[in-house]
Design a binder for this molecule. Structure first.
Ligand code: C5P
Length: 218
């Protein structure tokens, strides 16, 4: 596809979402938060009383997802579920069912449909390796697990939730391990990806690095 796009992959809480939004805003492009689709599938499994161990049933639920993204809202079956998909149990289930090849396959075309002019910034785990393997710019955004846990902790507290740094660290390590070690579409940098370590970078500086890389492609 000749439609411009940038992929941003990386581990949990590496800042992908924030960076993707800022970069898209700067370029006037759309954003795909692919993790939201895995979370929506998890929510459909929970709400539909589906056995999370039944891979075929989970994939069918994802295939049948009736979702609409509308700015900050995510409509599923007539309700705004944007807040619910951020719940801990939903994220946890998403991280587990994300290992199912049938589920990943069911979400593939839905993700690719987001690539429309004038451009797309897509964030996730396998954007540059699988879903948009032909993207002209691929970013692998990393940060120390401690830096990521601290950011997540701060975010949660700002939103009024209680958060414990040790628990977050433990949870993050488990999720990263699941994403990195799964057989199908594991979290790994594409061979042609540019790695950015944001451990000691501000959001602005990280966004600038991505935009500079995009400009340098001409
Ligand atoms: O990024 P986020 O935490 O919202 O994603 C939820 C889960 O979905 C992740 O823990 C990961 O296991 C899975 N995921 C994935 N591939 C993507 C995006 C998310 O496997 N492209």
């Amino acid at each position: 596809s000749a439609i411009p796009m940038i992929t941003i992959d990386g581990p949990t809480a590496s800042g992908k979402g924030t960076i993707a939004h800022r970069v898209a805003q700067a370029l006037g492009w759309a954003v795909l938060d692919s993790g939201a689709l895995y979370r929506l599938a998890a929510l459909a499994v929970i709400d539909g009383g589906i056995d999370p161990g039944d891979q075929a049933a989970v994939a069918r639920a994802a295939q049948g997802l009736d979702v609409r993204f509308d700015a900050d809202r995510i409509w599923m079956g007539g309700a705004d579920v944007a807040a619910r998909i951020r719940e801990e149990r939903v994220g946890n289930l998403a991280s587990k069912i994300a290992a199912y090849p049938a589920l990943r396959q069911a979400l593939l075309e839905r993700q690719r449909a987001f690539r429309r002019p004038p451009g797309l910034v897509a964030d996730g785990r396998d954007m540059g390796t699988v879903v948009f393997a032909d993207a002209p710019l691929k970013i692998f955004l990393v940060a120390d697990v401690e830096a990521r846990a601290q950011r997540r902790c701060k975010q949660l507290k700002e939103k009024g939730f209680s958060a414990n740094l040790a628990d977050l660290l433990q949870d993050m390590r488990e999720r990263d391990a699941r994403d990195r070690n799964r057989a199908h579409a594991p979290l790994v940098a594409a061979p042609d990806a540019r790695t950015i370590d944001s451990s000691n970078l501000s959001v602005e500086a990280t966004v600038k690095q991505v935009l500079d890389l995009w400009s340098s492609l001409g």
